[in-house]
Design a protein around this ligand. Structure first.
Ligand code: URA
Length: 243
């Protein structure tokens, strides 16, 4: 691979910026100044303007998605989840699955297509847990209907899902709860509650398979996954929908 491609893939800058930096002697490999951006990269530590760019085949970020940002890689008008990653980043990152614009919480951003495929495959039934505040009083009968597999509309019956009640505000006609679903249909949780006459007022994803949202990450911030989190994700037996 050419040295300029290596650096663009690792997110150092555009090809033009990299060529300019090479001309100015600002790119080194193992301490030696690179004279030609087309030279093949054959290993070693590459510095671009004094910053090391180490090759890594895969990158994994945990993002706490804020409301108002879309789950896409780029958009001409709206802010995307990738715009929130404000460090030099590789160009092949994408969010694993989508959260609605107004939904907050856990989003995995990576370039690992195999892992993403396993997490998203409808056959794998990966558990996803959300915190929700809904308008309406969720009762035992509703929990039972969700647990048995709710008929959402003519074309969609949800797989069994689990609701845990956290708080019931009778005066305000609101319920706070967690819900664990095993699919990822479009607007799934909002549609499930709409089918029992309730509206989701706030939704936040807390968990996806073995990956749990780090409570110290404020909305809009992110961090790299730890080695242990990556290991857990890779070894998870998604077939059973378990961790
Ligand atoms: N269900 C929804 O309705 N919206 C989301 O963003 C995620 C799950």
């Amino acid at each position: 691979m050419r040295i300029d491609k290596y650096l663009t893939d690792m997110g150092a800058g555009t090809r033009t910026e990299i060529k300019k930096a090479v001309r100015k002697g600002q790119v080194t490999v193992n301490g030696r100044v690179v004279s030609d951006p087309g030279l093949p990269y054959e290993g070693g530590i590459v510095f671009f303007k004094g910053t090391p760019f180490l090759y890594e085949p895969f990158a994994y970020y945990m993002l706490n998605k804020p409301s108002g940002v879309i789950s896409a890689t780029e958009d001409r008008r709206q802010k995307t989840v990738l715009d929130l990653i404000d460090e030099p980043k590789r160009r092949d990152l994408f969010p694993v699955g989508r959260l609605d614009r107004d939904t907050e919480g856990l989003l995995l951003v990576t370039n690992d297509g195999d892992l993403a495929h396993r997490l998203l495959s409808p056959k794998k039934h990966v558990d996803k847990t959300y915190f929700a505040r809904v308008r309406g009083l969720v009762a035992a009968e509703h929990r039972k209907a969700f647990a048995e597999g709710l008929s959402v509309d003519e074309s969609f019956t949800a797989m069994p899902s689990e609701i845990q009640l956290l708080r019931t505000e009778e005066n305000e006609n609101q319920t706070e709860l967690t819900i664990t679903i095993r699919e990822g249909k479009y607007h799934q949780i909002k549609r499930m509650f709409a089918s029992i006459g309730m509206e989701v007022l706030y939704l936040k994803r807390l968990r996806m398979g073995p990956l749990v949202l780090d409570p110290s990450l404020p909305p809009g911030s992110y961090r790299r996954l730890t080695e242990e989190e990556i290991r857990q994700l890779k070894k998870a037996n998604f077939e059973k929908g378990q961790d």
